[in-house]
Design a protein around this ligand. Structure first.
Ligand code: PMP
Length: 359
């Protein structure tokens, strides 16, 4: 890699794989627990990769005209931030349609990057004209040079992960030697990943199973309220319930989410409370300032490993958790502030209070 990058797009991806040793120890795991830390990408999330890939592919196909094209995209925010970053650099206008539940921080980042943001009702079904998808389509019809790159159907979404995210994980695991104090199979044995569009999990799975370890177990994480998990009986109890966590879960099956049972071996459901508690655990124990869906992925992993003692208790197996974005996107959210500012006073806080009470 050259030392001087030409622009921020060259700082997309190439994120670190970091040991989550303290969390692993707290849960009695003998396997290696490894986090793929995507907030360290230039735009702050795993979705930078697909934004860059979709824009570059559209350019190659002659679909984008600098100074004229208006990129319109329905997103939960992170794809929008990646697109707004790419388009700021390349000279295209951007309109992002964003459900109301998505954080103000995402809207602020989008507007800071020069995008227009249109909020849409969270409760609108995906195929309603009022949803973020419906409004994007309406705008595209009316706005000259409007184009929807369509992360839900664009093959460059899963492909970006098959070509970049997956191989980066494989390379990191293969090239880290096994030592007596850090035993490693030097294979990726398990990957756990949340799904929104499903591009991340589908692409990573293909990279693992086609090129690295056909026996790698890929576990999908789906929030209570969403319908992406298989078998669908897993979804039945909570289908349609609202969930606060952003970026994962849907009320329809996106085309890019693989339904091939050999790609995604198993699904696990998670709820908001366990996800947000897991975010706090990643911050306090590992110093990682991750976002809400990272907590879903970690809590899903820990639940799954409780069932799979054969894996949890085997020294050297590598279990990789995808941590999609960072806390930058959620700093004003109650779930974060209630834990960061208003949690139980620590012994040290109590000691400080005692000192300050002394005359
Ligand atoms: N977490 C966050 C915070 C996201 O923004 C997204 C993208 N919607 C995901 C997870 C899921 O990624 P994918 O769309 O590739 O399934």
């Amino acid at each position: 890699m050259p030392q001087i990058l030409n622009n921020a797009l060259e700082a997309v991806g190439n994120t670190p794989l970091i040991r989550l040793d303290k969390v692993a120890k707290l849960h009695g795991l003998k396997c290696n627990l490894l986090g793929k830390v995507e907030f360290m990408s230039a735009g702050g999330s795993v979705k930078d990769r697909i934004a860059k890939a979709m824009v570059e592919a559209a350019e190659k196909e002659g679909k984008l005209v600098p100074g004229k094209s208006v990129v319109i995209e329905p997103t939960s925010g992170n794809t929008g931030i990646g697109l707004a970053m790419a388009c700021a650099i390349k000279g295209y206008s951007v309109i992002i349609t964003l459900p109301n539940k998505m954080s103000l921080e995402k809207e602020a980042a989008l507007r800071a990057l020069g995008a227009e943001v249109v909020r849409t009702p969270t409760e609108a079904a995906w195929d309603s004209p009022q949803s973020h998808i419906g409004i994007a389509r309406k705008l595209q019809k009316e706005i000259p040079y409007g184009i929807i790159l369509d992360q839900y159907g664009n093959i460059n979404n899963p492909l970006a992960h098959e070509i970049t995210t997956g191989p980066e994980i494989i390379e990191a695991v293969k090239s880290t030697p096994s030592t007596s104090s850090r035993v490693s199979s030097q294979k990726v044995d398990v990957v756990v990943c949340g799904a929104g569009t499903g591009g991340t999990i589908s692409g990573i799975s293909r990279a693992m199973k086609k090129t690295h370890n056909k026996d790698c177990i890929v576990v999908g994480v789906d929030p209570d309220g969403s319908i992406l998990a298989i078998p669908s009986s897993l979804n039945r109890k909570t289908e349609g319930d609202a969930y606060v966590v952003e970026g994962i879960g849907y009320d329809f099956i996106p085309d890019v989410l693989s339904r091939d049972p050999t790609d995604i071996d198993e699904w696990i459901k998670t709820n908001d409370t366990e996800a947000f508690d897991a975010v706090q655990a990643l911050m306090r124990n590992e110093g990682l300032l991750v976002g809400g869906s990272s907590g879903s992925a970690l809590s899903g992993t820990l639940k799954w490993l409780k069932r799979r003692k054969d894996i949890a208790e085997t020294l050297g197996l590598n279990v990789v958790v995808i941590l999609p974005d960072g806390i930058r996107n959620y700093m004003s959210k109650d779930w974060f502030l209630s834990r960061a500012l208003h949690g139980e006073p620590t012994p040290l806080a109590q000691a400080i209070a005692r000192v300050l009470q002394e005359p």
